[in-house]
Ligand binder design. Sequence first.
Ligand code: ADP
Ligand code: ADP
Length: 225
Amino acid sequence: MLELQGVCRHYPGAAQLAVNQISLQLQGTETLVLLGPSGCGKSTLLKLVAGLERPDQGRVCWQGQDLAEVPAEQRQFAMVFQDYALFPHLSVVNNVAFAPTVQKTDARQRTERVDHWMQRLQLEALAGRPVWTLSGGQQQRVAVARALAAAPRLLLLDEPFSNLDESLRGELQAMLREVLCEAAIPCLLVTHDQREAFQLGDRIALIRQGRLIHCAPAHQLYHQP
Ligand code: ADP
Ligand code: ADP
């Protein structure tokens, strides 16, 4: 279980806290969506969980352990970025196989895992292509497959579809919903898109100016059309 306890982040020189006293828990295999306008602190919050930023106050805990002393690469959390952040010169399959290779997963398990997520994200036909030759939507499918192939304890997604056009976004949201359900891991997803939040979130946390203003199961929140 992930738990944030009164977490604050103040960037040097900034007038306001980017993240202001946020406490929340992520339980079981739920997807919690952090929803709020640009600049409200969502990405910073995700980076604090990922270990790419450090809190100035408060704690980020996993199964009760304070993560302050656990570097990003040892947290076993996988992150998917808005701009995909793939290894551009590597092929699709080598991107997906990257984490299990680095983790020295045994060969059979590695092949199984890589094949599985390649298939689930419909990447098989693209396996040998260098990722720089792919479209945005294809690259984002590679990024999701690569993250899941790492068999992470927690998946972090930062505005994963905001660079894609409307129809493609809908398609990938539906695909992500299915694979998250199947992967059965907890997921923290950041978006400014209300429809995306309702489509993917089991619970939704509303963030404004660094503060958590409300957190509730999606079905208890009013979805403004
Ligand atoms: P969001 O993801 O909701 O758009 P961010 O977490 O990126 O919000 O940013 C929250 C606030 O912190 C914004 O005011 C932003 O300008 C500021 N900020 C983000 N990253 C940095 C940084 N590295 N240095 C200074 N200020 C930052
Ligand atoms: P997003 O809103 O998607 O997080 P931004 O454009 O706010 O994207 O930020 C892009 C990058 O720039 C992030 O790595 C963020 O930390 C950094 N950044 C954002 N605002 C500032 C700022 N005021 N000063 C320095 N870096 C910033």
